[in-house]
Design a protein around this ligand. Structure first.
Ligand SMILES: Nc1ncnc2c1ncn2[C@@H]1O[C@H](COP(=O)(O)OP(=O)(O)OP(=O)(O)O)[C@@H](O)[C@H]1O
Length: 264
């Protein structure tokens, strides 16, 4: 028997009023995410990806439908408590610029009333986990780190209160391709090691194909497809097939440029 899903979206809908009329940002989305799953959400700009994520930690409320976590309707969970159970990683790290790396990472445990000694130990553990040297980085300010290092701190901060669920909004989008690739792989290893359930928004279909267990494709607020990378890669759905043309073309050109590096 299949284990029950950890996160369930049932007919979720969210509209925003605008001067030009209501925008349906998320339109009747139903999706189940299993415990331990790594789900990537892809789709063009304005397709509703961020709105779906913000609904998940109750930064905003749906106009219709239900979101459940471990069977519990999140509308009945205190939003602040909910957000402490869910780690969130933002695009640019969203670190507090005047706080040290240690203070940034320790912010949630501090809000939870964890004693300072325990926080210091936890910060060092988290720095190890995201592969940043403790003594070198602990007391620095965010602007003294590279973009990739800042994102590692963002991941450490999201994991500080030992959440089971991590939401990531374009976490590696602003990084150069090599750093992005390294961080993506390192995060995937952390996801597996800590048995996390991750939802990651990305514009990069290649990143989604390489990192995720399953890919959800959104368009105009609707979920047009959700399936494992191999199924999405061969989808007949016209929009999904169109999304696949870039990685396909890149793979063909790389195979031609790098003989012997193919799958054969
Ligand atoms: N607070 C808001 N007020 C009005 N409209 C909003 C608001 N937030 C989002 N929208 C609209 O809802 C739609 C979906 O936005 P959303 O940010 O979820 O898309 P997205 O797929 O995350 O886009 P991007 O990839 O560009 O970040 C867009 O049309 C957007 O303009």
């Amino acid at each position: 028997m299949q284990p029950p899903p950890l996160i369930t979206y049932a007919n979720v809908r969210k509209c925003f009023p605008t001067p030009a009329g209501a925008v349906v940002a998320v339109d009747d989305v139903s999706l189940e995410i299993a415990e331990g799953e790594f789900l990537a959400i892809v789709g063009g700009s304005g397709s509703g990806k961020t709105t779906l994520l913000r609904l998940t930690n109750r930064l905003i409320e749906p106009d219709g439908g239900t979101i459940r976590i471990a069977g519990e309707d999140i509308s009945r969970i205190d939003p602040v408590g909910l957000r402490r159970r869910i780690g969130t990683v933002f695009q640019n790290g969203a670190l507090f610029p005047h706080m040290t790396i240690a203070a940034n990472i320790g912010i949630t445990p501090r809000l939870l009333g964890t004693p300072p000694g325990e926080i210091a130990t936890r910060v060092d553990e988290l720095l190890d986990l995201v592969q940043l040297d403790r003594t070198e980085h602990r007391d620095r300010l965010p602007h003294e780190l590279s973009g990739g290092q800042r994102q590692r701190v963002g991941v450490a901060r999201a994991l500080a209160a030992a959440p089971h669920i991590v939401l990531m909004d374009e976490p590696f989008g602003a990084l150069d391709p090599l750093t992005r690739d390294a961080l993506g792989g390192d995060y995937r290893a952390l996801h597996d090691k800590l048995a996390l359930t991750t939802i990651m928004i990305t514009h990069d279909i290649t990143e989604a194909l390489l990192l995720a267990d399953r890919i959800a494709v959104m368009r105009g607020g609707r979920l047009v497809e959700a399936g494992p990378p191999a199924a999405v890669a061969t989808s007949q759905e016209p929009y999904v097939a169109e999304l696949m043309t870039t990685p396909r073309r890149q793979a063909a050109r790389l195979a031609a440029l790098l003989p012997g590096s193919g799958t054969a």
